[in-house]
Write a protein of this length. Structure first.
Length: 201
């Protein structure tokens, strides 16, 4: 993504980001998120076709080479800030999952395609969610997240409810939530205290 591309997208959406570096790598306590590259195709394909992790995801067709071509095509959407797809890594660089922001506008973003594998560190779900919200709310300046979870994915539904996400409606397949930036900022110090292993003040 060229700097001019991101500046153009920021103008279109009224976002705060002006450089690719603002969202390229987001560092946390035990994790970091980095934008996906074509060379990650084998890891992505392996993870998304593994029945241990793909129960609640859309089915993947084709081969690892097809996955690579998909990532190459995605890079155009990344350049326009329509979508941001991240590899979740431990701080030592070991991949341990995936997560994606999409349907990005000046009013809201959606996130999902969330997988954490056996290499994940302690509290990886909490930390990766916090980092996603840092990107959406603080780096991009978007006021709310909207997302849906499969009804049978009870663990993730419970996670979002503990995060104080608000359920807006249900369908036969999904439960839909919204989560505002104000709620994240109100709770962020508590999340960070949990991640850093110290009590909240």
């Amino acid at each position: 993504m060229r700097r001019s591309d991101v500046a153009k997208a920021a103008t279109v959406w009224g976002l705060q980001v002006t450089t690719r570096q603002s969202v390229e790598i987001i560092e946390g306590v035990r994790l970091r998120l980095r934008l996906i590259e074509p060379d990650d195709a084998d890891y992505v394909y392996g993870l998304r076709t593994d029945p241990a992790y793909n129960t609640h995801l859309s089915a993947v067709q084709g081969t690892a080479s097809d996955q690579r071509r998909w990532i190459e095509g995605y890079k155009a959407r990344e350049a326009e800030l329509h979508e941001l797809y991240y590899v979740i890594e431990r701080r030592d660089g070991t991949p341990c999952g995936l997560v994606r922001l999409y349907d990005i506008t000046g009013e809201s973003f959606t996130w999902g395609s969330w997988i954490l594998d056996h290499n994940k560190p302690h509290k990886a779900a909490l930390e990766s969610a916090v980092l996603i919200y840092v990107i959406g709310f603080e780096k991009l300046g978007i006021p709310k997240a909207v997302f849906d979870v499969r009804r049978e994915n009870e663990h993730t539904i419970s996670f979002h409810r503990r995060f104080n996400a608000t359920q807006t409606h249900e369908t036969e397949l999904d439960i839909h939530f919204t989560f505002p930036a104000e709620q994240f900022q109100a709770d962020k110090s508590r999340y960070m205290a949990l991640l850093q292993g110290s009590p909240a003040e």
